[in-house]
Design a binder for this molecule. Sequence first.
Ligand SMILES: N[C@@H](CCC(=O)N[C@@H](CS)C(=O)NCC(=O)O)C(=O)O
Length: 205
Amino acid sequence: MYQLYYSPNACSLATQVVLHELGHKVEIIDKRGVTNFNEISATGAVPALKDNDAVLLEGAAIMIYLLEKQTTPMFSSNPIERAQAIEDIMFANATMHPAYSKLFFISSLDIDDTAKKIALNAAADSINSLWNIVEQRLQENDFLGGDHYSATDIMLTVYSRWNQFHPVDILLGERTRNLLEHISNLASFQRAIANETKQSAIYEA
Ligand SMILES: N[C@@H](CCC(=O)N[C@@H](CS)C(=O)NCC(=O)O)C(=O)O
């Protein structure tokens, strides 16, 4: 059985959703209750996934590990489509996520309000340009994964929930909003959110 270390509302929510989608049983563990979490994840970041004796780190690597282990509509076996799916996961994890991380970083700074507002708006501009790329990609398909949603669609939906934490205007196109709504309403997504509000426990897929 998998053990997933998470922080509430963090990117680890996407890992939990994908575990549910793949039909796995998972124990989720709030990292705030783990003493010496840095012995599990040297950077202190979530997600961290335990698969028996193996500890896996880095959200993108964990996604690809899980998707490669079984057949799933979230990960095509066609080499080109699979390469596109990996590119999309990296776009989410290494481009969109860090763009949002800047918002969290700026918000945490003890600087004057005007400087903070300018910095937050600049960070929001770059996030908006990334969501515009997503909107362009969605002109022919409902999901970045094509007809079926992908791990990337789930990751982006988790990041979009961070908009509410910052006093900036994040602009989402209509097709992007439809995608986010569809993913948010998945039973796996709803269950993952509910699980995070409960104490550490084992959750069936
Ligand atoms: N490169 C890492 C970064 C993950 C990351 O930034 N995680 C955030 C939450 S979204 C985190 O754990 N921040 C520290 C904290 O919450 O204490 C990955 O992709 O797994």
